[in-house]
Design a protein around this ligand. Structure first.
Ligand code: GCW
Length: 657
């Protein structure tokens, strides 16, 4: 008997899989052919839907069976994720040659709803563009004194860890896996990339806890990955060194990895943050990051595992007086010389921008610059710098812009992410999974864009709204979500400048919060102007890291797109943008507009009372209060700061403090 569909604990939001989403399937007659764990999951889904809505499901019926509306048929065991979908002669048929494909095919039918059972439709092939669609959880096992249970987590505690160990009841983890499968995600790293003392042990004596989590995620086609410490041979193995070229170190990793696979046969591999923000790494031994990554790749290779090696390597102890060091350059400078040196099962995981998940950054120039290296692109669903799930900020358009960016004028980022697309997860044990109920849209959109990086994000948004809320409130929800990223950009840091946040927790404005810090995140505002000169001619040379046409486009303020201007150039306040406005007037205008847009969105949300679930609505109301308060604070601090620096009054004479 297949395991039943995981039951949600009392009060937990069903997200994009409410019972109603299964109505069309649940009222039909379905035949399922094939066997295996994931086919069982598909069967359980259909069986539950039928029990609720009166349909029927039969498994493996022979010839002469009664007619079916839906046939889900597994025709092989090759482990692939593709499926075909066809609607002919009044019957909908999904076929797959791998179990995961069958499950994805079922969720495709669920997404289509009644449309899956009307009309005719020629055969379609569906296959994920990216083989790896992964969430990194920055979850700590032990509550960290500064970062708490989940680093940069804004959705309560961890789904996996509680009271210093893996949760005993993993029903909610199963439910999480189910949600992830329904939007196409197939891999999860279960612990923070900053690996602290307790968490280091997950690799060895505590691997059983990871195995339990892996067991809960497996029925939905999700492989488990683990963040490990590069110093593990010393910290856990008692060796005097972690030098990647040392034979005893290599043997230690080989042995530890063999034991991991004894417990977790389908283990995905390791995630490593090395020589970054205090984490140990190969630099201590005078070795390169390729040496470091290849050490772990070699240990994983016999089992088909992968190491995800993060490219987030920069000097976080720089002197703000030093104008020659530019943090934006760091990933490219460190890694491009190593192109071709990484093992084939080593993936270099690159943040989508050169800095750190700001509301606006150019695409990292590293993407496209390492043709002989498998790259994964990392985005951040958790919204560390984009409102921390208190503000509505749907990131679909931003991610889509990144994925469709043509690095050399032709090749899209989405096609270069051969190692996959990764998001820092925004989910936790919050009843709504994501703090703000509308932040679920980010998680869902991420999964769908990882499946198809060139998908239209608005279409994905509509899909999410329809599944989650039905059709009733669709117009209002689209209105509040659609432009929310640009709205957030308007009332926060302008024109690509970034980091005007409160130090430490990164919520709310502090224009000079990072200006004299060691983190390499400056805006250089003075009485005449603002921005960072990253041109090759007079600045840090960062612009020259891009291929043509971008190195030329970004090099000059005349051609640099307005929204990136202050990322690439230091300009005077009266510099005229392509929009025709001066920089200072743009700052004032966007900050007033941004707050007005939040006020409008809040009105729309409030008006949806009675149309959407009361608990969701109430949480949203509470969050909108805070978003509005915070947006006003941003507006007033930013406008006042630049008015005081520049002395230029607002052309419209609005109130600036
Ligand atoms: O954005 C920064 C965060 C850190 C995080 C780091 C990283 C996990 O402020 O909290 O550490 O990025 O990506 O490694």
């Amino acid at each position: 008997m297949p395991l039943p569909v995981p039951a949600l604990p009392e009060g937990v939001d069903p997200a994009w899989l409410p019972p109603d989403a299964f109505r069309a399937v649940g009222t039909r007659r379905t035949l399922i052919r094939g066997s295996g764990l994931l086919v069982d999951s598909a069967h359980a889904e259909v069986a539950e839907a039928c029990a609720r809505f009166g349909g029927r499901v039969v498994r493996d019926a022979g010839p002469g069976a009664p007619p079916y509306d839906l046939v889900l048929e597994l025709r092989g065991t090759d482990g692939t994720e593709a499926f075909t979908y066809v609607r002919e002669g009044g019957r909908t048929t999904v076929t797959a040659s791998g179990q995961a494909g069958l499950l994805y095919g079922l969720f495709h039918v669920v997404r289509l709803g009644e449309d899956a059972f009307t009309g005719e439709r020629p055969q379609e092939e569906h296959r994920p563009a990216l083989a790896l669609r992964m969430l990194d959880h920055w979850d700590n096992v032990a509550v960290h004194p500064v970062m708490g249970q989940v680093e940069r987590g804004y959705a309560g505690g961890s789904l996996f860890w509680q009271d210093g160990r893996a949760r005993g009841d993993l029903e909610r983890v199963r439910a999480y896996g189910r949600l992830l499968a329904a939007c196409g995600i197939n891999a999860v790293a279960v612990n923070n990339v900053n690996v602290h003392d307790t968490e280091a042990h997950l690799l060895t004596d505590r691997i059983g806890e990871v195995a339990a989590i892996a067991g809960a995620l497996r029925p939905y086609g999700i492989r488990t990955h683990l963040s490990v410490s590069f110093a593990a041979p010393m910290v856990l193995g008692g060796l005097p060194t972690a030098d990647p070229l040392d034979a005893s170190v290599r043997a230690w990793w080989a042995g530890a990895t063999a034991r991991v696979y004894e417990d977790i046969e389908d283990f995905g591999g390791y995630v490593v943050k090395a020589d970054s923000e205090g984490q140990p790494g190969p630099f201590a031994y005078g070795r390169s990051h390729a040496d470091g990554a290849n050490l772990l790749a070699a240990a994983l290779e016999p089992y088909g595992g992968t190491v995800h090696w993060r490219a987030f390597v920069y000097d976080h102890r720089q002197d703000w007086r030093d104008r020659t060091t530019d943090r934006a350059r760091a990933a490219y400078d460190h890694f491009v010389p190593l192109d071709g040196e990484f093992a084939s099962n080593a993936v270099l995981q690159v943040k989508h921008g050169p800095m750190d998940f700001q509301v606006r950054e150019p695409v990292s120039p590293l993407i496209g610059a390492m043709p002989r290296t498998r790259l994964a692109v990392e985005v951040q669903a958790s919204q560390e710098y984009t409102g921390q799930q208190r503000h509505v900020c749907w990131l679909g358009p931003m991610w889509s812009e990144v994925l469709r960016f043509r690095v050399d004028g032709e090749t899209e980022v989405g096609s270069l992410a051969r190692g996959g697309l990764v998001a820092v997860s925004n989910a936790g044990d919050d009843p709504f999974w994501t703090g703000h109920p509308l932040a679920q849209a980010n998680l869902y959109t991420f999964g769908r864009l990882a499946w198809r990086p060139d998908a239209d994000p608005d279409g994905v948004l509509d899909e999410w709204i329809r599944l989650t809320f039905g059709t009733g409130p669709a117009t209002g929800l689209r209105a509040v979500l659609d432009g929310s990223w640009r709205t957030y950009e308007k009332y926060t840091a302008p024109l690509g400048v970034g980091f005007m946040v409160q130090p430490g927790h990164h919520y709310g404005p502090s224009v000079d919060g990072y200006e004299y810090s060691p983190w390499g995140t400056y805006h250089f505002a003075d009485r005449d102007g603002v921005g960072v000169d990253r041109s090759a001619a007079t600045g840090t040379g960062f612009a020259a890291q891009y291929a043509k046409p971008w190195c030329e486009v970004y090099e000059s303020p005349d051609t640099c797109p307005d929204e990136q201007l202050l990322f690439f150039h230091h300009v005077s306040y009266d510099h005229v943008l392509h929009s025709g406005k001066t920089v200072i007037q743009h700052i004032y205008d966007t900050h007033f507009e941004g707050v007005e847009e939040v006020e409008e969105a809040r009105e729309v949300w409030v008006s949806l009372a009675g149309v959407i679930d009361p608990a969701r609505h109430a949480r949203g109301v509470e969050r909108y209060e805070e978003q509005l308060r915070s947006a006003r604070e941003w507006r007033d601090q930013i406008n006042s700061y630049f008015f005081r620096k520049s002395g230029v009054p607002d052309a419209q004479g609005r109130r600036i403090y």
